[in-house]
Design a binder for this molecule. Structure first.
Ligand code: UTP
Length: 293
């Protein structure tokens, strides 16, 4: 595998988003705003920063607005042009010029693994990245880039891992490992949402993958697992017994915008890091004081 091989990022966005209902009743979870743009735009920008310019978004028939967000809107552009709103116009145009964004449909939410398999015809026989759009890593693509480097040197799929705190591990895919060399582990076991006492480690998968293309064959023979869904974790477990699987342990836990508390944390922290940081800090201080904190 060479660095240039990873040209495509698959972004699965066809799930139901039940954890953040009712916000996601009509608005796709992936379009919930984080500071000034939809969560999925942050993730496309991350992939581009990692050097990837082919994006495949897996959507559902109920989520056409995701396609709208990345399409050119000539009417809107004309209005902005007429009004002389050149800065806004540039920001609107930048969204549809970010990358080559294509879409495939997942008719029913049969699981993350199933969603990824829908992208097979557009990915072809080459390694690719998967970025879950409800996990934000605003790190200029560094995590994905490091994962590509590991995948390139060992020729195996790589999952990004974070150390879970306490019983948090029971909510995620958990990776057991046989060897660790710095931040890289040789994964020897994967368990989706383990019982705390039987979790093979405290390392949880955190929403970034670099996958070798044989994963599509593994997905094709993966039966529905936990929750009746076709799980990517089960297909990755098949790769462990075949060509092997690595994990990259990262310190950055990112933001899980599919959970209400973390969506709020993403907005606060990313606002503080942005150009309005000082104004937001002052606003937070005033809000804390006036509410008796
Ligand atoms: P999640 O399990 O976090 O998303 O999947 P969900 O199912 O939408 O959320 P909840 O648990 O009901 O709140 C991670 C990503 O995978 C996509 C989701 O859209 C999300 O971005 N996904 C999940 C699919 O594309 N298809 C599926 O069948 C399942």
């Amino acid at each position: 595998m060479t660095a240039a091989c990873v040209r495509t990022a698959v972004i699965p966005a066809a799930g139901l988003g039940t954890r953040v209902l009712p916000a996601t009743k009509a608005v796709p979870k992936e379009l919930l705003t984080v500071v000034d743009r939809p969560a999925i735009q942050w993730v496309v920008e991350e992939a581009v920063a990692a050097g990837i310019d082919e994006i495949v978004i897996v959507t559902s028939p109920h989520k056409k607005t995701i396609e709208d967000h990345f399409a050119q809107m000539t009417d809107l552009e004309s209005v902005l042009e007429e009004k002389g709103e050149s800065e806004l116009l540039a920001r609107v145009r930048q969204v549809n010029e970010l990358a080559n964004v294509r879409f495939v449909s997942q008719a029913s939410p049969l699981g993350l693994g199933h969603a990824i398999s829908m992208a097979a015809p557009l990915v072809g026989d080459e390694p690719f990245a998967v970025l879950l759009p409800d996990d934000l890593f605003p790190d200029e693509g560094r995590t994905v880039r490091r994962m590509i480097d590991v995948a390139e040197s060992v020729g195996e799929s790589v999952v990004s891992l974070t150390e879970a705190v306490g019983e948090e591990i029971t909510k995620y895919g958990c990776a057991g490992y046989s060897m660790r060399d710095g931040a890289v582990v040789v994964v020897d076991r994967l368990v989706e949402k383990p019982v705390f006492e039987r979790a093979p480690s405290n390392l949880r998968i955190n929403g970034r993958y670099v996958l070798t293309p044989d994963i599509f064959d593994k997905l094709a023979c993966t039966e529905p697992g936990r929750g009746g869904e076709i799980q990517i974790t089960d297909a990755l477990a098949l790769q462990i017994g075949d060509r092997g699987l690595r994990g990259l342990v990262v310190d950055d836990v990112g933001f899980d915008t599919g959970s209400r508390a973390d969506w709020l944390r993403a907005n606060v922290e990313l606002s503080l890091r942005g150009t309005d940081g000082s104004a937001v800090a002052a606003m937070l201080e005033a809000a804390l004081e006036s509410n008796g904190f």
